[in-house]
Design a protein around this ligand. Structure first.
Ligand code: NDP
Length: 334
């Protein structure tokens, strides 16, 4: 049973030295448990937070422990009435080949209804994040402008597509011309702007002639600086992620822009609200019904970036924080 453990806490960008591939004993299921072979591991930006000892909404991974993560797995043996050998399930199996479970936190998948990997992306936690953040905080109305960065990723790509389905205008922000072309041509965004281009703030302003009514915040940093002057009065900002700063080791250089932000919040009566996806766990079935049916009917599109081999997870994860992935990042195991 190969597994990847946290070897050291990174200061700044994570790299191979912060992980260790180990050969562990094969886990043995107890009475009432299932034995699972992980087939796909989801790599997600939140894992950077789990590598750090800083206080957050979830406990850090301890040094020497297996890295945490959501997985799609096959049931190899079952002493649990709810699962049969050969069933595919989504759960939280971590960065390893095999695991056992008493069934808590496992959901059985129907491979005929949707490819099983979607349970880690568009029909999984990232998709639910887009759905819940827009439904509860962003609340886009027809004719409004919705902007989102990391727009080709699993969260951002669904934010833009839901916005379109609600009759809003979708403006995507992504790194590089290839990702921007994909937003316009394949996902149907109304505009796509490259945040790495020199004229980014001006290009974003030109793409939002009526301002921004909903800014779904995935990245923070320079993108937020360009968005803030464009926010309309009463704009809503679901604060979902700040990936541009996850590897930061200190505050950005001055001047202190907090007063500018606070004045904008006051004068434009902005609504900024942080959320964690499972705050809205009660809406998961609504999400699966609505987004699942759009996917089956071909009304929405998703993209996966699949890396082969558990041993390649650390490098792929480091790349995720820098935009080297193009679509939902997954590792195929075994
Ligand atoms: P993605 O697959 O979109 O990967 C992250 C992307 O962020 C990169 O591909 C890159 O895209 C972009 N990025 C990285 N650095 C920068 C930067 N400096 N400036 C602008 N963009 C940058 O990830 P997800 O869709 O899985 O997650 C998106 C966000 O949602 C993350 O912040 C994540 O933490 C958050 N999240 C929050 C949840 C919650 O419960 N609140 C749950 C799930 C996700 P590009 O090449 O286009 O720049």
């Amino acid at each position: 049973n190969r597994r990847i453990v946290l070897a050291a806490r990174p200061h700044g960008e994570p790299n191979a030295s912060h992980f260790r591939l180990e050969e562990a004993r094969m886990p043995v299921p107890k009475a009432g448990e299932v034995l699972l072979a992980n087939r796909y591991l989801s790599l997600d930006p939140y894992m950077r937070g789990r590598m750090s000892a800083a206080k957050s909404y979830a406990e850090p991974v301890a040094i020497g422990d297996t890295m945490v993560g959501a997985t799609v797995a096959e049931v190899l043996a079952s002493d649990h009435p709810g699962f049969d050998v050969g069933d595919m399930v989504v759960g939280f199996g971590g960065w390893q080949e095999f695991t056992t479970s008493d069934g808590r936190g496992l959901r059985k998948l129907d491979p005929a209804a949707a490819p099983v990997t979607t349970a880690l992306g568009i029909l999984g936690m990232p998709g639910m994040t887009a759905y819940a953040g827009l439904r509860n905080i962003g609340r886009p109305k027809a004719g409004e402008t919705v902007a989102v960065a990391a727009a080709t990723g699993p969260v951002g790509s669904l934010v833009g597509q839901i916005a379109k389905r609600r009759g809003a205008r979708a403006v995507g922000i992504a790194g590089g011309p290839e990702k921007c072309a994909y937003l316009r041509e394949t996902l149907g965004f109304d505009a796509a702007i490259d945040h790495r281009a020199d004229d980014f703030p001006d290009a974003l302003a030109a793409a939002c002639p009526d301002g921004i009514d909903v800014y779904f915040e995935n990245v923070g940093g320079a993108v937020f600086d360009a968005v803030l002057p464009l926010l309309n009065s009463f704009a809503r900002v679901p604060v979902c992620g700040l990936v541009s700063g996850y590897n930061a080791t200190e505050l950005p250089p001055g001047p202190d822009r907090v007063p500018v932000l606070m004045r904008a919040i006051l004068t434009k009566r902005l609504h900024l609200e942080g959320f964690i996806v499972w705050d809205y766990a009660a809406q998961e079935q609504d999400f699966l019904d609505e987004v699942g049916s759009w996917l089956r009917e071909g009304l929405i599109v998703h993209r996966e970036d699949i890396v082969d081999g558990l041993e390649n997870a650390p490098e792929a994860f480091a790349g995720l924080l820098k935009g080297r992935n193009f679509g939902k990042l997954l590792v195929r195991i075994g």
